[in-house]
Design a protein around this ligand. Structure first.
Ligand code: G1P
Length: 272
């Protein structure tokens, strides 16, 4: 089945970026002239996932406004072609996608945010993007690469990268057998393991393609690492049934949820 839908869990407080995120959604922090979430949404639309679903929380209204026309602003700048041009990138995203928003309510973790999207997603596979992970690639975007992997394996796909062994506690970590170069059949997934407990150094980044059979599992998934409902724990159930592959994507990922990764991303994209 063709993947049409993307999901952006964007309800979190973004506490790693306080005080900026006290009054600005972290997804709206700019990397050069565009907010973080713009990059992920444009990536999905380019990969054919043009039905964009965004899970929000209190104080996240700026995200809805960003993906909506602003007629007043456009009228004000209509006679200034250079300024009109600056809006082109977002207007083309708005014109190419359809946008649906819903609130998470209680923030019980990433797995809970994904479960709250069940009514928007229905019974079809969908992409998930954590907007603070920005990826840059030479060719196809990471989501486009993952769609190809999904089309071949017809099961859930998580994007992975190698991290230093002492950093596993910041990630979900997988183990499995390499089926072909860069594609692993996952046998186990652990959320935020201590280095001595991590099965490998293959860490999940904020790009997933999920099949809808994850929803009933999420309904049964109890709070795990950090006291939150973890998508990693639900996917571990599918992995044990041989229904998850991990894909070592081609490209570079920036963790813009941290100040270091954010600065690195800005320098990288400025140099392009
Ligand atoms: C989330 C996921 C984790 C993944 C990470 C990637 O964690 O739970 O499995 O490795 O995103 O950025 P978070 O960074 O939200 O704590």
């Amino acid at each position: 089945m063709k993947i049409r839908k993307s999901l952006f869990p964007a309800a979190g407080y973004g506490t790693r970026f306080l005080p900026a995120t006290k009054s600005i959604p972290k997804e709206m922090l700019p990397v050069l002239d565009k907010p973080l979430i713009h990059y992920g949404v444009a990536e999905c639309i380019e990969a054919g996932l043009d039905e964009v679903n965004i899970i929000l929380g209190r104080g996240k209204g700026a995200i809805e406004d960003y993906f909506d026309k602003n007629y007043e602003l456009e009228t004000e700048i209509a006679h200034k072609p250079k300024k009109v041009k600056l809006l082109e990138s977002v207007n083309s995203v708005i014109a190419s996608g359809t946008f649906t928003f819903r609130r998470q309510g209680a923030m019980l973790g990433l797995g809970d945010a994904i479960l709250k999207a069940q009514s928007m997603i229905g019974d079809e596979p969908f992409g998930v993007v954590l907007a603070d992970d920005i990826c840059d690639t030479e060719g196809d975007s990471v989501m486009k690469q993952m769609v190809e992997v999904y089309e071949k394996y017809q099961c859930s796909v998580v994007a992975i990268m190698e991290v230093p062994k002492d950093k596993t506690e910041s990630y979900g970590v997988i183990s499995g057998s390499e089926e072909e170069e860069g594609v692993f059949k996952v046998s186990e997934m652990v959320e935020k393991p201590k280095p001595e407990e991590a099965p490998t150094n293959l860490a999940i980044i904020g790009r997933y393609i999920l099949t809808p059979d994850v929803f009933p599992i999420l309904e049964q998934t109890e709070a795990g690492a950090g006291g939150e409902v973890q998508i990693t724990d639900a996917l571990n159930v599918l992995a044990k049934a041989g229904k998850v592959v991990a894909y070592k994507f081609k490209g570079k990922r920036f963790d813009c949820g941290s100040v270091d990764g954010y600065v690195e991303a800005i320098n990288h994209f400025y140099g392009r």
